[in-house]
Ligand binder design. Sequence first.
Ligand code: C5P
Length: 306
Amino acid sequence: MTVRVPAKVNLQLGVGPIRDDGYHGLVNVFHAVSLFDEVTAVHAERLEVRVQAAPYSRVDIGGVPTGDDNLAAKAAGLVAARLGVEPRVALRIRKAIPVAGGMAGGSADAAAALVACARLWDDRDDPALTRDDLMELGAEIGSDVPFAVLGGTAVGVGRGERLTSALTRGTFHWVFATAGGGLSTPAVYAECDRLREEQGEPPPRPGVSEELMTALATGDAKGLATALTNDLEPAALSLRPSLGRVLDAGRDLGAAGALVSGSGPTCAFLAETEEDAADLASALDGTGLAAQVLRASGPVPGATVV
Ligand code: C5P
């Protein structure tokens, strides 16, 4: 059973105060883009995980765990427990989504494993676990996992896991600049808190950007570009100042919008047209500032059996 699953970029990442459980209240507008990992699940003696770079991908898989702490392995365990079977499955993960890059690659693999294992162990027409059930299980693994099951464009509240699909029109064209070495998501949230405390700023109570929603609904790339915001960006830039040069380069080279993707360090650039995206990608590549320059479009569907 093979499942293809997309990366995400956050169009709006509004970070509110820290909650009692250590998570931050968020307004998180997720957008799935056409950069995919693939997870294949086959019956096996016991749970095992193998990770490799996808064909033609130069993704660095060095930091991906292959034990029980791999999020896809956790997903397999949760599905097995829910279905009352033993998690006897070998998971082969082919990665094209940057690792620890702020594009939810690990969460994507977990979402793909949820869908793949649920189908592997229960192939009835009317399966016991619905897509909603899998999204609920996904929330136990990580805040971004339910969205990777759902895909498209969606507004997440709570810690980002309570989702409502957003109305969009047309296709948006993106360029991503990856960086060598990842950023730890908890470290970036902690830096965000530290910077706010240092500046004596009370944490904002984020609300969904109306400007953003209108741009999405009307397919207005220019409007979307000016509405992009990420409250984690100052923290990511503080931990990795070199990202400032990458964002500036993208803007100078004609990107309509530029921001750090999620907790970084990948930088995301929105172009007005597909042709602009192609030009921007080759120009950015020429600067040598990015480890890798990738192109993708969105929105695309969530975890899908292929
Ligand atoms: O949910 P997930 O395990 O992906 O989150 C990773 C880390 O990101 C958390 O341990 C936490 O430090 C931070 N986080 C947060 N608030 C959120 C989501 C994530 O502080 N809403």
